[in-house]
Design a protein around this ligand. Structure first.
Ligand code: AR6
Length: 186
């Protein structure tokens, strides 16, 4: 498995090729849809491996706070169930509609609100998948720029997270992220 690691202030930014459901960070982030009722891709993998407790908490969150569904860019937190990670942060990335519908802004919000929620909960480490670049069709090169700049800005201005990981399923996606991070250190 490929891996790269970078220091940002007191924090560590890691890029790994692998499966997000295997990560042992305090939280892993789910690229969910507004229903919070599961789906394919990362969402399906997380619910399958984490077990029914996650869905149970998602139902409660829907009923109590988001009866019409979680809006794009927002984030909520549940147990990690049987996962190594204690928590799952569920966020909804934008569906790609060509780039002129504030997709970049919504994607940055999804990352930022997930990070803020982790800090609010006192968590120190978090793993992200490449939000929106699967079923939601966001081009990886463009999504990667938003993901990397949002996380680096956050780590530069906030010392309360020790480690952020980007977990990329394919080696091609891993290379895209690695290149992007390295371009910012040159
Ligand atoms: N670990 C890490 N990355 C993964 C994994 C995994 N186990 N599985 C897939 N990926 P997607 P989206 C990668 O479609 O585009 C769901 O049905 C995948 O290769 O999971 O935000 C939800 O319910 C891709 O690079 O999320 C929503 O309806 C990236 O994760 C919708 O898909 C994101 O792909 C959300 O679409």
């Amino acid at each position: 498995m490929e891996e790269a690691s970078y220091r940002i202030g007191k924090s560590q930014l890691k890029i790994l090729q692998g499966d997000i459901t295997e990560q042992d960070t305090d939280a892993i982030v789910n690229a969910a849809n507004p229903s919070l009722m599961g789906g394919g891709g990362v969402d399906g993998a997380i619910h399958r491996k984490g077990g029914p407790k996650i869905l149970e908490e998602c139902r409660k969150i829907r009923a109590a706070a988001w009866p019409k569904g979680l809006p794009t860019g927002k984030a909520v937190i549940t147990t990690g169930g049987r996962l190594k990670a204690k928590y799952v942060i569920h966020t909804v990335g934008p569906v790609w509609r060509g780039g002129s519908r504030d997709e970049a802004k919504s994607l940055a919000e999804a990352y930022m609100n997930s990070l803020r929620l982790a800090v609010d909960k006192g968590l120190r480490s978090i793993s992200f998948p490449s939000i929106s670049t699967g079923a939601y069709g966001y081009p990886i090169d463009e999504a990667c720029k938003v993901a990397v700049s949002t996380v680096i800005d956050f780590l530069t201005n906030n010392g309360r997270i020790d480690e952020v990981r980007f977990i990329l399923f394919s080696s091609r996606d891993f290379e895209v992220y690695k290149k992007e991070v390295e371009s910012r250190f040159r």
